[in-house]
Design a protein. Sequence first.
Lengths: 213, 326, 731
Amino acid sequence: MSTESVSAVPPPNEPGEPSSAPTRRTFIATTTAVGGVAVAGGVIGGSFLVGSEEAAAAAPPAGRVSLTVNGTRRTVTVDNRTSLLDLLREHFGLTGAKKGCNAGACGACTVLVDGQRHNACLTLAVRLEGAEITTIEGLADGDRLHPLQQAFIDEDAFQCGYCTPGQIMSGVGCVKEGHTGSPEEIREWMSGNICRCGCYVKIVRAVEQSAGK
Amino acid sequence: MHPFSYTRAADTREALDAGRRGGRYIAGGTTLVDLMRETVERPETIVDISGLPLREVRATERGGLRIGALVTMAETAAHPKVRALYPVVSESLELSASAQLRNMATIGGNIMQRTRCTYFRDVTADCNKRQPGSGCAALKGHNRTHAILGTSDACVATHPSDVAVAFAALEATVHLLGPDGERRIAFADFLLRPGSTPHREQALRQGELITAVEIPALPRPLKSGYLKVRDRQSYEFALTSTAVALHVRGGVIREAKAAAGGVGTVPWKLPAVERHLVGERPSAALWAAAAEKAAEGARPLQHNRFKPELLKRTVERQLRVVGGAK
Amino acid sequence: MSPQPQAAVGAPLSRVDGRLKVTGQALYAAEHDVEGVLHAVIVDASIGAGRITSVDTGAAEQHPGVLRVIHHRNAPRLPYRDNLGSNNPEGRRLRVFQDDKVLFHGQPVAVVIGTTLEAAQHGASLVEVRYDAKKPSTDMAEAKPDAPTRYARGDAEAALRTAAVRLDLDYRMARNHHNPMEPHATIARWNGDKLTVWDKTQWVVGTQTELSTVFDLPVESVRVISPFVGGGFGSGLRCWPHTVVAALAARETKRPVKVVLTRRQMYFGTGFRPSYDYRLRLGSDRRGRLTAMVHEMDAETSSYEKFDEAIMRAGQMFYSTPNVSQEYRKVPLDVNTPLYMRGPGFANASFAIESAMDELAHRLGVDPIELRLRNEPAEDESNGLPWSTRRLRECYSVGAREFGWERRNPKPRSTRDGDWLVGTGMAAAVYDPGRFPGQARVRLDADGTAVAEAATSDMGPGTYTAQTQVAADALGLTMRTVTFRLGDSRYPPTPPHGGSMTMTVVGSAVLDACDKVRGQAIKLAVEDEESPLYGVRAEDVVVRGGRLHVQGNPARGETYQRLLTRNRLTHLEAEGAYAGAPEPARHSYFSYGAVFTEVGVDATLGLVRVRRMLGVYDVGRIISPKLADSQALGGMVGGIGQALLEHTVTDHRDGRIVNANLADYLVPVNADIPDLKAIYLEGEDPEADPLKVKGIGEVVQVGVAAAIANAVHHATGRRIRELPITAEALI
């Protein structure tokens, strides 16, 4: 198991932009370097260190959690209220998992938790001690796409692309669960992922194709 | 979401201690986290019980099946014993929610689900269930998906669970563990009708923990199945649903179990339908006559006047599917 | 110049941005990593109309991580200059936090800014707003409409009185919400007086001008960036209040601020397809030749803006009818303002017209296709113009053949499959694509690669891919060596990415720019003594694979790279333009289609399920067939939603939308969708535009609802004139 390996290099700034605050990426690297201890006066689990103006009030309840995301072990202190989805998107910079409804009604946030497809929006991050999370960013093998990712491109199984990471992660789960016996079965077992562009016919083809591999 | 403290119970005793002090148990979290985000639920302490040893499905000595409270919906549905003995349970689960949610949600949590009533879920609306005494906005509001059975002037919200309908039909028992030890409660007594206290939803005492749901032994062969009627083909709560189980021997129905969902403030057992069936020979006429009893006592609201008729047809259809005899 | 060989255009290519999308690397509005960003959460009015009497922010401000609460009492006054030429409808747009008035349930009344999302969210729930509420008017049936917009030719009422066959039909269509999967979101950052926003929008230029007028900034001081749009269907065609809130909050806190609407806020924070009451009266002779059509249309709008859409157009031009009269009345309600949604106007009008035509066919005992053929107009009878192309007859014949229409027993309730009554139905589709001016810029570098840019968007149809195809062929380059950039207000301006006009407008501008660059290169070569092409007539030179050569003699030529390098040029560059529809119009120009479907209706439970669907389209030339196919199937899915599921429900007691979420506002899921098939008629529309394309995105949803309703009638004998069609209407 590797340790934290997120780059501490901040993204390029516009000329003339203030650059006093570290980015979320540097923050994560910083907290893990000190063992994920909450920074006094800072926002716990927040995306960056904050100045004294914000440090006045007591911090909301938080917890420390070690989890593995796409093979990288991360130890962070998170606000108890933080969902896995917000942890990934707002703190880890992993925006592949999408927020579509934030209520378990669309599937855009689907990731694998210990190998099973889950809705990250309804998962409290603080509960994930020891969990292994796989997101869309961790699916490809280096430059080689996962067969289902390739099938989505080949079948044109998406348009806007926003539900796509959730569809693919759900599809990986669906194949793994063995619910790919017929197009009807795939349709039912992929119904937890809404595609408003209406790419269902091709999503079914892509899942079918990758199940055969 | 309101701030809350979080503890993880290492064992049952720790869980009960925390529960006694007012902690809210969390298992799959699919209802609780959702409602916390809407600020409908504002627990101060959450007690994570997912580490407790309640994850087993096993046959009971009495010939029934005991499903641990922390077995997920997906695991329960796929369990070979559940599939073989009680297809109605597997079907009701697999017609619920989505594959993702079924991987997260547990059996104990499922029967603790709270209503999908839009006014309950919107903290700016009046709701006696959420805020006793504030009134029921649904009664004269938009109530297409609301209950027609077991309602009161205080509340017309449906219980949303599908598997609870199967449990109600099969006359399951809920196993509880509390500060005073274990007890069992009939499923019919576990979920409470609203009456004048719609905020009281289960017959649970402070700090009590659901440990299992037990389905009793039923005479074999038993045919069973679940039908869910909804606008959308999948990923939607029921407009109407029904769980049916029939034991037919020598061409005569010896035992009949039936309940309905989407129509009641609690999963709605259909004793009149059951009585009408027992001792009779399967026939299309019998199914129709029995189903006629399904909506007895229904009190439809402005937007769900179609539900009594739809319920009868749902039951008739499923009796035919399970019992044969077209 | 010689026409260029077409290698990329028309080829079934995969999306050029596919890899970014399947790996999670495509960045949508809320995902840009803007340093030091704060989170803002909007507080919505919990009354439907009235005034705010007090705002208590004490508890919110006490919450750790909450930095600021802004509301009408402490917000600075904003200039809100008029914004002409925007998509803002006539009226006075909502001005955030500028006064105490509440115009609709859910209106933004405050914003909480925090250092974390959790803090801002909780802070928002702690803001206590008190109101002086009054009962809102949200029920179209009880509200007073505005004076109608009218159209008339002939004397429709008189013709109706004497018609041999008369139908008088009332249609009701529910309000629909776009519900793109990506919630609307904005990140705003100020640098002095310059504002940059990362926004979900279908029109970066529109958001730019709106923000410049709201804050009274020079337009060039506002930059809008939107490289990926997670669906839109129209919801991103104007700049909404939350975008102003983000910019305001950023200015007040002097930090970048991110606002992401919740799914619930999407229902009142962005627009919707208004609900319609549509009375249609038809008169025909015994053979089904229409003699009169009278359309009376009432549609929702807000109390503060008059939303207007093309609901009248189809009734004026689609069928040959000597006598037509129309009244379109907007009904102002205490709701937020509607906005164009996929197939705007036409998707509603066609439900009424195409359902009514099916009724007429049934009444007369004429096949529905035959009835349509009998009423096929020779020209646009509303303006006397010839059609550019109108290949509906082919749509019908190809569709009928592919679908197996001739096997259809016209008698309703004639087919059963177990518990399911099976029926088939068809409907025609039409849409009037926009043709507004737009621009593009192309740069060909000395390394033989090119970059084309336009301030357009790609909400899913595949703008990145299709524009790359156009540019690649026009420059004679491979797909791999051309990059198309969009979604930045610094690029040449384009009209909104909607109304089925992106291919026409942006594509024609890209084509123009590329033709110019290619022309420059050819001129350079034929005048360059050192070029193998020296002395060749420019019109005899073509470019293929980045190599200029004599047409028919590939051996004689050279590469761009060599040509530019030898001439010490780093690049060639040109701006291109599309001038818009010709004035005066010489043709009447529409996209067309015919939709065929088979549905099952559960005989006792009343459930409707689509079993198969086929669409055949006349939309001119197809640039990107693989993507066009997806777009058509997506339009059918949208139409299935409109027909069977989608319905925004308002509680008229207080104006609350009761199903403002994706569990209760139903859109189709995978299991609702059977195999769908789309066929595009081969060919092009030479009159349409330089690319000879007509738009696709809208027409593919038009007609679907009527085809389904007609199939439901065929299955059951029941005529349903209200959308969505639900079980209670059929049991």
